[in-house]
Design a binder for this molecule. Structure first.
Ligand code: NAD
Ligand code: SAH
Length: 417
């Protein structure tokens, strides 16, 4: 069962998956373990994550562990049709295509949810929302799920607090081996990859405005500085703003930054971060993009309303002419620029995030009865999984670290010496 754009594209997709597989040593080792242990034998897994090569390899690893996979994307622009075709060629069930309309996107989410999954792997809550709202009769067969991203987790915690979350969800994003690397170094690199390959302009010397100085924002600002930009940070959290100042950045309100910026990147998880007030103050030629979860950080709908002309300025860049003649440009429709205009995080980064996903999914299958008895339905990734991923990654990269002696351990755990 599948619904993809073109099955004949599978060879190109296979090459992409083979390439990332070479660079995902953790997942390769987990694949070997899963082939032997078959932790997902008889288990249906529904997955909604950006459907490009690294995600495809995660799907193959879960399938190698015995899972019956039902796969869709997590953003209409990040699905790569050749990658989807390669998975279908390997016998996995895929429902996704690049550029899906909102109706098609929802139909594809519904297709994987209605397969009746036991485990859900979500990226922003699309699967969890649909099963709760439209397929409540399938909730009882769900052992639990994993959530990939910050915004998804904020929503799960709110649902859990309201006692509306009906099965256990593991907060993958909050594992140290996820957010410290994926959100910071992954977003830091892939956002600039997306911007640079789409605009083909110089970053050095530009005023780059980064909205949000969380884990992602820190990475985006750090790499902008490395490329020679003059970086301005906007924040709403005074502590994060001080961090930005001490990291050497200028901090100001968006209304002031709007006048100075040549290139804007929002990465807050909030909405309406750049709106009409800012558009009206921007220099002609300013380029805007978003790397946060939803496409509501840059108010593209508002920009469309005030623009007198809209045109395709370059592939994946929309131009908007204002009544006073200024031109503003938006990359990738204001959707995550690293995925809507690039291949997302590098393989070595997704190796860590997806190792956490794979091991957490196996943990859910093993522990679901005990988890179901807990009142709270949100679970942190067990520390052993986080540590195991870090240990293996270091080993595969050829680094060794020290180990505490018994005496040192005693010293660190006592208050008397
Ligand atoms: P975070 O909570 O660490 O950081 C968000 C920051 O934005 C916080 O410091 C917060 O104070 C600030 N903020 C909130 N509203 C703001 C506003 N109106 N103006 C300025 N600053 C504001 O979260 P994070 O892990 O950095 O994730 C940020 C977003 O990026 C989330 O939506 C997350 O899902 C998404 N994300 C995207 C990628 C990607 O590949 N593009 C990767 C990981 C996470
Ligand atoms: N539904 C959202 C998805 C959230 S994106 C949307 O509308 O786009 C944020 C997540 O994408 C991050 O937590 C990160 O782990 C993930 N990501 C980044 N690069 C990726 C890649 N190359 N492949 C798969 N997932 C990726």
């Amino acid at each position: 069962m599948s619904e993809i754009r073109d099955p004949s594209l599978w060879e190109s997709g296979k090459r992409k998956i083979d390439w990332v597989r070479r660079n995902m040593s953790l997942l390769r080792s987990i694949e070997e373990d899963f082939i032997k242990e078959q932790p997902f034998k008889g288990v249906k897994v529904a997955l909604s994550i950006h459907l490009e090569a690294k995600t495809a390899y995660l799907c193959k690893v879960l399938a190698a562990g015995g899972a019956e996979m039902y796969i869709t994307g997590s953003n209409p622009l990040s699905t790569q049709d050749d990658v989807a075709a390669a998975l279908v060629h390997d016998g996995l069930n895929v429902f996704a295509w690049h550029g899906s309309t909102p109706d098609e996107y929802n139909r594809h989410i519904a297709a994987v949810v209605s397969a009746g999954p036991n485990v859900i792997i979500d990226d922003g809550g699309d699967l969890v929302n649909m099963i709760h709202n439209e397929y409540p009769e399938l909730i009882s067969s769900v052992y639990g799920g994993c959530e990939e991203t910050t915004t998804g987790i904020i929503r799960l915690i709110a649902m859990n607090k309201a006692k509306e979350l009906k099965f256990p969800m593991v907060l993958v994003n909050n594992a140290r081996c996820k957010y410290l690397f994926d959100n910071r170094y992954g977003t830091g690199q892939s956002v600039w990859d997306g911007i640079n390959r789409t605009t083909n302009l110089i970053v050095a010397g530009k005023n780059v405005v980064v909205a949000g100085y969380g884990w992602c924002g820190k990475g985006v600002a750090m790499r902008a500085k490395g490329l020679g930009a003059k970086v301005i940070v906007t924040e709403i959290d005074p502590v994060k703003a001080i961090e930005a100042v001490m990291d050497g950045f200028t901090v100001m309100k968006m209304e002031d930054a709007a006048k100075r910026g040549d290139l804007f990147v929002t990465v807050t998880g909030c909405k309406d971060v750049i709106t009409e007030k800012a558009f009206n103050n921007m220099k002609s030629g300013a380029i805007l993009c978003n790397a946060g979860h939803f496409d509501c950080e840059v108010d593209v709908a508002g920009l469309k309303k005030i623009a007198v002309e809209e045109y395709e300025a370059r592939n994946n860049i929309q131009g908007y002419r204002m009544a006073d003649g200024r031109e503003l440009f938006v990359i990738g429709e204001g959707r995550l620029v690293n995925l809507a205009a690039g291949d997302g995080h590098p393989a070595e980064i997704m190796d860590m995030s997806f190792a956490i996903q794979a091991l957490s999914a196996a943990y859910i299958v093993k522990e679901h009865n005990a988890m179901a008895d807990e009142e709270s339905k949100v679970f942190y990734v067990p520390e052993e999984i986080d540590n195991e991923v870090a240990q293996r990654k270091l080993r595969f990269w050829g680094f060794e670290i020290d180990k505490l002696t018994d005496e040192q351990e005693k010293y660190l755990n006592s208050w008397q010496v």
